[in-house]
Ligand binder design. Structure first.
Ligand code: FES
Length: 107
């Protein structure tokens, strides 16, 4: 059965609007994106050539852009655009009592 763990990754104020922040949770490298008051969590790895996403851009609303070859990923669904073909895995992330909480699932 999948193990579900919640992780407090810091105060919501530490994640400014329209920023991408690298965090390490349980030895996993993730990025936290804050946009439109919401938070999103995903691996710090583009599904195209496994380059990091923490140096990406948020120029397209609702998407994170990998600067290495220009793939974008939908922040709600992880859906990719070329040259990436594989969806980006998304983790549950929420602001709770002023803190950013990420939920990870392990098989
Ligand atoms: S590694 Fe991200 S688009 Fe190529």
């Amino acid at each position: 059965m999948a193990k579900v763990t919640e992780h407090d990754v810091g105060p919501a104020d530490a994640f400014a609007e329209d920023t991408i922040t690298a965090v390490t949770v349980d030895d996993r490298e993730l990025v936290i994106v804050r946009q439109d008051g919401r938070v999103y969590a995903m691996p710090d790895r583009c599904t195209h050539a496994k380059k990091p996403l923490h140096d990406g851009e948020l120029d397209v609303p609702g998407k994170i852009t990998c600067i290495h070859h220009g793939a974008t990923f939908d922040l709600e669904t992880g859906a990719p655009t070329m040259p990436a073909l594989k969806k980006l895995q998304l983790f549950d992330a929420a602001i709770r009592d002023g803190r950013v909480v990420v939920t990870l699932q392990e098989a």
